[in-house]
Design a protein around this ligand. Sequence first.
Ligand code: ATP
Ligand code: MG
Length: 394
Amino acid sequence: MITTFAVSGYRSLHDLIMPMSPLTVITGENGSGKSNLYAALRLLSDISRGQMGNALAMQGGLPSTLWAGPETISKRMEKGEVPVQGGPRQRTVRLRLGFACDATSGLAAGYGYQAELGLPSPSCSYFHLDPEIKRESIWNGPKWRRASALVDRHGPLLKRRQGRKWEIITQHLSTFDSLFASAGSPIDVPEVYALKQAITNWRFYADFRTDSHAPARTHRPATRTPVLHHDGRDIAAAIQTIIEIGDAEALHRTIDDAFPGSQLIIDAPQAGMLTVALQQPGLLRPLQCAEWSDGTLQYVLLSAALLTPRPPALMVLNEPESSLHPDLLPALARLIIKASEHTQVWVVSHATRLVSALEEAHQCSSMQLVKNLGRTQIAGLRDLDKPPWLWAGG
Ligand SMILES: Nc1ncnc2c1ncn2[C@@H]1O[C@H](COP(=O)(O)OP(=O)(O)OP(=O)(O)O)[C@@H](O)[C@H]1O
Ligand SMILES: [Mg+2]
């Protein structure tokens, strides 16, 4: 389980260290930084998959994602005694992301990882706007310490601790490649392999499309689908996979919970194609997915995502309540709580009814984000309650 997620220098996340639980719920007013937090976690996963450049380019490039406020906000600025203003920079501008796992179970148990991105050095490349990975570190324990570092990357140089010495793995790591692109062999560098396996299976679901042209409403060739695509295009195949190799009974219960007396029906109108329909009380024929209401489609998509037969280490849902009537939110909360028994779940939500239903689960911790002088902070989180954290670069 991930116990800590830390971000520094990303949009409104000037310096945020967040404790994480089996079920973490994030709420907050408009503009408080919920989506920034979701995007930061996603960026961390993109870095490990080698998709950092593209992910940041889609967000307007590194300069636009960097914290736009002053390097430090003094106590006097906080009290309003002096206006917020920048001074001469003491440190290089950096975007930093990291997480730590607890030591109890799982492939990445006890490891932590952090990455530091910076603006590129001047060059004649056409890709001179691509961010560079300046530093990366893997360590053992709840927070980075020099003595507990296992793998360390400084620019192109990647080293691994071997007993009391540091062994060079490569001196030629590309600025745009994370350490996960190199040294991934489970035997050579088990820490890197374990973390890579853990991060690459994190799953993100945000903004399922439910409009009339949504990918989920079109027919697609079907193959076994233990993991629903992030846009829901393979919904029929994902549901049939749950029925064949997953918890079909739980799927039946969760549909009945939201739409009493209704049942999902999978059909194969032609070889290699599957369709999904919903048989509802009072109707003479089941309604095809293309005919469902937006909220029905959203709920079925979330059911297929959360009842996956291959639960990931972490599942992140951004505003899953979209299109759902408030009466459906308790059923959605029950579905999320059930999923959080097998997989760590992170939910960003606006819906008070969903949040209060989730808060009833003993494994849930909910956090409210607030903005203070442009910085996203966790309401009521005292310094003492923050998980331990240190950035490798100081
Ligand atoms: N580069 C930046 N530096 C500092 N703050 C930024 C930067 N870019 C965006 N922001 C702040 O982040 C806020 C948006 O945060 P975000 O989109 O995460 O809000 P949200 O909580 O998801 O809101 P909503 O509920 O409306 O979706 C903006 O209001 C803006 O103040
Ligand atoms: Mg948002």
